[in-house]
Design a binder for this molecule. Sequence first.
Ligand SMILES: [Zn+2]
Length: 459
Amino acid sequence: MKTCIWLFVVAAALALTWAPASGQAPGAPGRTVLYEGARLITGDGSAPIESSAFLVQGNRFVRIGLKGGVQAPAGATRVDLTGKTVIPALVDAHSHIGYMKDLTNGPQNYTRENIVDHMHRFAYFGVAASQAMGSDFGELPYTLRDELMAGKDPDAARFLTAGRGLAPLAEISAANQHHATYVVTTVEGARANVEELSARKVPIIKMWVDTRGGTLKTLTADLYGAILDEAHKRGMRVAVHATGISEAKDLLRAGIDIFAHTITDVDDELVTLFKQHPKTVILSALSAPRRIVSAPWINPVQPLIAETVRPEQIERLQKRLATPTPQAVQEGQVAWDRLARTVRTLSAAGVKIGVGTDGGGQTGDQFVGWTMHAELENLVAAGLTPAQVLQSATRNSAEILGLADLGTVAAGKSADFVVLDANPLDDITNTRRISKVFLRGHEVDRAKLRAGWALQAPH
Ligand SMILES: [Zn+2]
């Protein structure tokens, strides 16, 4: 009997999930909405507009200005956002999508349903797009990328994929999500792998060049040089997992485009090399090292986590973070201080820093979507201002991923924005006080998503 009731509840939830979007909802083609009164942070680095008005037609911003200065055409709907703060929707340029599911983490979870669930979670947290960094495999990511980029599911963030990553044999293991990567052993093979990714229209590819503290034999310069050369010939860019300073210097000299993580150390030579390669950018990915020294959001549990993550998963992370040894804390603090110095130094030197979270990555427990908000706090803790951090997570990340439609609130861009109950320039953790999320002019049905996750609880 209990099972029958449960099945009924699940069926009802599925019916809710698949209910067609109302034709009258914002975002419907041709519908015009004037949003008035919010403090607007456009994401372009300018001072906020304290009492703004912006007009959205269908799925695009068409006019932005002061309240009273933007006229609503006849038939437009007016929405009063007085007291709220609006930011551009966030962009996570480094994640691993489709592996985590409840208490498990692995390729067995890599299904259409789970990837879409992750993209719903990103949307719920105000993230408009996320790039999976080299952990995808099979046909599925390309099909889903095309569907979600086209907006087929209005409540899902855009899914971008680097396809299969390129790694040395020593990196391949079932546990680290590199099981599906191309194993790079020859220059010819590396070039052929890049050619395959090019045929899949992957604009950014991922490779690993990390000795893991001198314990692994990683890609040699001739192998990663071939990857870079072949990618650049085909108009693609290369993101690298490389955290050591000496590898980072070699990669800069070789013409690397994107560092997928913060480099663990910095010196004058590294800064000079970045200045000599002004197009090379860096993604933050500070969540894993930071939470060893500070994760104030897990105890007490932030509401956004409590309403999206199963209690036993939260409990597991609380336990994992509860009892580090004094030595682990001390080592973690030293590593964090160095990372923070890299962030501050490279930012001050003018290096473009985007936000990548490594969410859903191999260390697990990096709750999908939430990691973005933890990351913003981490970047402020590292020494950037809230305004710099917001720009990193919006305009910079969108530019790095080549998403010309996203990143700022500006005429002609896709109407992707987050309405907050408090000002993140006062306190970056106010990005968690989400009132509403809009993707492509459509208000994401967060209540429906939340109800669906509540019903997935074990029984
Ligand atoms: Zn990663």
